[in-house]
Write a protein that binds this ligand. Structure first.
Ligand code: UD1
Ligand code: CA
Length: 463
């Protein structure tokens, strides 16, 4: 790559009115894509280029976005007067910087580092090349700026959709929005942008024509994969991006040794980690923060977030693992089981209809159907600690805070309110009372009553 120092400006101040958010100040780039903001995908790609500095341009009153910038101090664009206006806001920070300035859009999260490297190379392809623009040849160019090229392939101008004439609208070479500009000239050229378009906004896309007035050329680089260019302006765009991103994430998981019976129905997050030989059945959702060991089986319709599974675990069907779930090796979680902020020891079995929250379980525990930890008293959460090799019977309520020591048995139907010692049996339920013949007597009385009612009705009709 280029030996010249690199700075990256990320344009992210837009509110995205086309997203039709209830909050008019909501930053568009904070909409999540595979579990993390659009902006962070772009930031990640920028960071991978190891630039000298990264300057996010954000709007005022966008605390979430400011926090997402991490160590990169953002500059604030007070009036949203277009992409050219946004770059202008970054100029004071870039004063004296003579390297390459890469300008990327915060709402185009799929652009790859490989394409940006091509873009930097294009900018350095000749002494008179003042800037480069990343283009893409797409089937449907609707909505994007079009690249007007000269015979030698250099870019003469970029025309926005709304300013394009019918002939220009037919051009399918579009502007991805990423530029690489000579840092020594950027400030002067940006100051020369005038609002001449229908929207009275300053367009960064005027730069090729401005550079040409000083005898500098604009070179184009073509994105490695045309799908990289998809930007997010509407909710439909966001869905299209999610579709593309999920395809990439699934392909990467399968390339890493994961079996998916129906990949299109499995939803992954940006950070989902799945070990080799793990099998994923259809309709499984992985929220952020999930790590699955090797050789696990994730059965259909399970929902996992913030969960860590050691190797050889089996989950679902219809299991829900919430943040803080930690499963040791060989744990089995069955249908309609919810786990939250709990550690399940190796080879534990929670096979049906159970809730386990704020609990630490030793190895080899059997937590039977319908058993629950009662962890919330209406004000506070409380912990349950279960030792190893404990048998919790069906439909048991464990009222926390509670300790159950190693090897204890809890009888089915018990509501346990005090600590249970090791190797003991606890039964906390009413004794069964039996009344012989009661049910037969009850049915007889019912039948007699029904007969009487019927007779009354026919009698009435006769009269
Ligand atoms: C822009 C390009 C278009 C290109 C398309 C690619 C311009 C004028 N048009 O159009 O040629 O084909 O991207 O996706 O550049 N932003 C600011 N401040 C502003 C306005 C925008 O920071 O005042 C940021 C937005 O947050 C967004 C990015 O710039 O991340 C692009 O803005 P947007 O309004 O979405 O531009 P497009 O109409 O998509
Ligand atoms: Ca856009």
């Amino acid at each position: 790559m280029s030996a010249k120092p690199l700075a990256v400006v990320i344009l992210a101040a837009g509110v995205g009115s086309r997203m039709k958010s209830e909050n008019p100040n909501a930053a568009k780039v904070m909409h999540p894509l595979a579990g993390r903001p659009l902006f962070n995908w772009v930031l990640d790609t920028a960071e991978s280029l190891k630039p000298e500095r990264i300057i996010p341009v954000i709007g005022p009153d966008m605390p979430d976005l400011a926090a997402a910038c991490g160590p990169h101090k953002p500059v604030i664009q007070k009036t949203r007067d277009g992409t050219g206006g946004a770059v202008r806001c970054a100029l004071p920070v870039l004063k004296g910087f003579k390297g390459n300035v890469l300008i990327v859009l915060g709402d185009a999260p799929l652009i790859s580092a490989a394409s940006l490297k091509k873009l930097i190379k294009a900018r350095e392809s000749g002494l008179l090349v003042g800037l480069s623009v990343l283009g893409a040849a797409v089937e449907d160019p609707t909505g994007y700026g079009r690249l007007i090229t000269r015979r030698d392939g250099s870019v003469e101008a970029i025309i926005e959709e709304r300013d394009a004439d019918p002939k220009q609208k037919k051009i399918n070479l579009i502007n991805t929005g990423a530029f690489c500009v000579d840092g020594g000239r950027l400030a002067r050229w940006v100051e020369m942008i005038v609002p001449h378009n229908a929207q009275n906004e300053f367009y960064i896309t005027d730069l090729p024509e401005i550079a040409a007035t000083e005898g500098f050329l604009t070179q184009s680089a073509i994105a490695s994969d045309p799908s990289e260019i998809v930007g997010c302006n509407t909710r439909a765009d966001l869905a299209a991006l999610e579709f593309l991103m999920q395809q990439r994430l699934r392909a990467a998981a399968m390339a890493g040794g994961v079996t998916m019976l129906d990949p299109t129905s499995v939803y992954l997050s940006y950070d989902t980690r799945i070990g080799a030989d793990t099998v994923i059945e259809p309709h499984v959702f992985f929220g952020p923060g999930v790590s699955i060991g090797a050789g696990c089986h994730i059965k259909a319709f399970s929902h996992l977030e913030g969960a860590t599974l050691a190797r050889g675990c089996s989950i679902g069907p219809f299991a829900r693992l919430r943040p803080g779930s930690k499963l040791d090796e060989g744990v089995r979680i069955g249908n309609f089981v919810e786990i939250k902020k709990s550690k399940i020891g190796a080879h534990g079995k929670i096979n049906h209809l159970a809730y386990v929250g704020d609990c630490t379980m030793g190895p080899d525990v059997n937590f039977s159907a319908g058993a629950i930890t009662v962890n919330f008293d209406g004000f506070q959460k409380h912990e349950t600690v279960i030792g190893k090799n404990v048998m919790v019977g069906s439909n048991v309520n464990l009222i926390a805070p509670l300790r159950i020591d190693d090897g204890a048995f809890i009888a089915a139907g018990s509501t346990i309110t005090q600590n249970v010692p090791a190797d003991s049996l606890s039964i906390a339920r009413d004794v069964t009372k039996i009344r012989e013949g009661w049910a037969a007597e009850f049915r007889k009385r019912k039948a007699a009553m029904a007969k009487k009612m019927k007779a009354k009705k026919t009698d009435g009709r006769k009269r």
